[in-house]
Ligand binder design. Structure first.
Ligand SMILES: [Fe+2]
Length: 236
């Protein structure tokens, strides 16, 4: 399995405490059946995880995984927060954050928690024009998408992908988050799932997510998600 959203790098954002915990997370992921992880530290006003830093941390962790004989490949990435249109424009121009996938054709583009950025469709349009598809992480956790799903549907119609988080499906975030995440799957508005793991408690648990998707929407949908994850990472 492929996890495209995981805060597995230590000392870079609100992820694991130290490299030891990163390795423990990788072991949990491996035992769950995960073989590829895109490391997606926050790129935001609070956590400036620029490319050089992410690359160094990925290399450091990959070396540790070799030493510990854990067969997982770590890929570079970022979870980019839409602090403002100017923030995205500046850091995209200066190539400060990582896109996702071998061909850098996807961006994990997170909304701020306080409210919906009304200029999102404009920003999405400019990425799409450059051949980059925005993936919206955990829409189910944002109150404005729950209150007004049409905001999300409009972005999907523009070509955005959505990523629901396994903990939401499991009910670990809140009741309303779980209800909305299940509804999104029923309505076929979920393109991929991911763990958004941060440590050994908020852990990589992808297989449980796939179990729920299969329960709600069947095997075909589960296969579709696996295929899309392969496309995002660049395997096909
Ligand atoms: Fe995240």
């Amino acid at each position: 399995m492929i996890d495209i959203h995981c805060h597995i790098l230590h000392g870079i954002d609100d992820g694991p405490q130290d490299i030891k915990e990163s390795v423990e997370m990788a072991q949990i992921a491996y035992n769950d059946g995960i073989r590829h992880i895109i490391a997606t530290p926050h790129f935001s006003a609070n956590h400036y995880s620029h490319r050089g830093l992410v690359r160094d941390k990925v290399n450091e962790l990959q070396n540790q995984l070799h030493i510990h004989n854990i067969g997982i490949t770590i890929h570079t990435g970022n979870e980019v927060r839409l602090e403002s249109p100017a923030f995205i424009e500046e850091h995209s121009r200066d190539e400060n954050f990582f896109y996702l996938g071998a061909a850098s054709q996807f961006i994990l583009l997170e909304q701020v928690w306080e409210g919906y950025c009304e200029e999102t469709p404009k920003i999405v349009k400019s990425f799409m024009k450059r051949g980059i598809t925005p993936i919206i992480p955990h829409p189910e956790r944002h109150f404005f998408f729950r209150d007004n799903p049409q905001l999300l549907i409009d972005l999907i119609n523009q070509g955005c992908l959505t990523q629901v988080t396994v903990d939401s499906l499991l009910g670990k975030n809140s009741e309303e988050t779980m209800t909305f995440s299940h509804w999104l799957i029923e309505q076929n508005y979920v393109h991929v799932i991911a763990t958004d793991a941060h440590n050994v408690r908020r852990k990589p648990n992808l297989s449980e997510g796939f179990r729920i998707v299969t329960e709600i929407a069947g095997n075909q949908r589960t296969d579709d998600i696996h295929r899309r994850l392969e496309q995002i990472i660049g395997f096909n």
